[in-house]
Design a protein around this ligand. Structure first.
Ligand SMILES: [Zn+2]
Length: 261
């Protein structure tokens, strides 16, 4: 069929994030679309998210174990074929075990030769130090490969999306917890981020993206803004994902660009 997105059988896509749930929130729709096309989608998650917020009924010392299970459930929802879950210390990713995590990323890229690598941008979606640490590790590792590096894509989120989701939930009667929405303000999502250069339509994957997000139950909680999004609102707010290709030497693969057509 003319203009159809090419199949990706045999190709590997690597997504590197900091905590279980980052993958679904940041680009779950794109990961699902890549899997639909036959790519092996692998998520490297730097930590178990053991210091995450809103543990609900889970004891604090069990949170990392609970979130590991949630990560695997989200992977099933999105068609992610492999999760590599590391135990770098949640909350300290920017400065702890820097050399080790860099080596782990490099080893994966050398062994599996992904056609694309996806991670956070400089802004870490909302200036989360762990996210910025992952951005730094991935950029350093990919750049070190020179012309043989895979293309690197930074995921971003436009400002306005998260405040709208929260305002909509408040209008439906949701009361933000006293310590805030994941202890952050919704306005900080996308704030002062470098502009995206690519938008990928993931409307058809929104139900799976939302399932991925909600699989992280310890972080979402009952009545969370995402928990009762209407299908129309979910499609409006979660139906496009935004990226910028790193301006560094790399191989000429363009599989994410092909998803934009
Ligand atoms: Zn995170």
């Amino acid at each position: 069929m003319a203009g159809a997105t090419p199949r990706l059988d045999g190709q590997v896509v690597l997504a590197v994030f900091a905590h279980p749930d980052d993958e679904s929130l940041a680009c779950g729709g794109t990961l699902a679309r890549l899997a639909d096309l036959g790519a092996s989608v692998v998520v490297m998650c730097a930590s178990h998210g053991e210091r995450g917020s809103d543990a609900g009924p889970v004891r604090d010392d069990d949170l990392g174990r609970a979130r590991a299970l949630e990560m695997r459930a989200a992977a099933r929802a999105l068609g992610i074929s492999e999760v590599q879950l590391f135990a770098h210390p949640d909350g300290e990713l920017r400065w702890a075990e820097v050399t080790l995590f860099n080596a782990e990323i490099l080893l994966f890229i050398r062994q599996r030769r992904p056609s694309a690598v996806i991670t956070f941008g400089e802004d870490g979606l909302y200036w989360h130090p762990d996210h910025i640490g992952v951005y730094e590790r991935v950029l350093t590792a990919v750049k070190s490969l020179g012309d043989d590096a895979p293309p690197l894509y930074f995921v971003t989120m436009p400002t306005g999306v998260m405040p709208e989701i929260v305002q909509s939930a408040v209008a439906r009667g949701w009361a933000p917890p006293a310590k805030g929405f994941w202890s952050i303000t919704p306005e900080s999502f996308g704030l002062l981020a470098e502009p995206h250069t690519m938008a990928i339509d993931v409307a058809d994957a929104v139900p799976r993206k939302l399932s991925g997000i909600l699989a992280h139950g310890t972080q979402m909680g009952t009545g969370h803004p995402f928990s009762d999004l209407s299908p129309v609102d979910a499609r409006r707010w979660l139906g496009r994902e935004y990226f910028r290709r790193a301006d560094i030497p790399c191989r000429p693969d363009r599989i994410l660009e092909d998803l934009c057509t």
